[in-house]
Design a protein around this ligand. Structure first.
Ligand SMILES: [Zn+2]
Length: 110
């Protein structure tokens, strides 16, 4: 812990991250092409930033997903990037691009 050692588990997380990355790429492409991509259904890791354009938000999210892809399989996986605390596995399974533990995330959002 927290690095998943079960290859099937790692593969599942990798798939999850890959899918999310693809979905973000698609939305970004549509958005840049002037089509109206909907962001409402997406689970974004942050609250709204005032004045941030949808494509900036998507890029930020995309960066977060690719950072998670790099962390997966390393010792940094599942550790809060601020304080190093373990992020609960249930959270990572659902939202594998989570970068912060809940207390740090709360501080970040405030
Ligand atoms: Zn933390």
């Amino acid at each position: 812990m927290p690095t998943p050692t079960d290859p099937a588990h790692v593969a599942r997380l990798r798939t999850h991250l890959g899918r999310q990355g693809m979905e973000l790429n698609e939305k970004l492409t549509k958005l840049l092409a002037g089509q109206n991509a909907t962001l409402v259904t997406m689970k974004m890791p942050w609250e709204e930033k005032p004045g941030e354009k949808p494509q900036e938000k998507l890029r930020r999210f995309l960066d977060t997903v690719s950072r998670a892809q790099k962390r997966l399989g390393t010792e940094a996986w599942g550790l809060c990037i601020d304080c190093g605390a373990e992020v609960p596995e249930a959270v990572l399974d659902e939202v594998p691009w989570t970068e912060r533990c809940r207390p740090c995330q709360t501080k970040w959002d405030a």
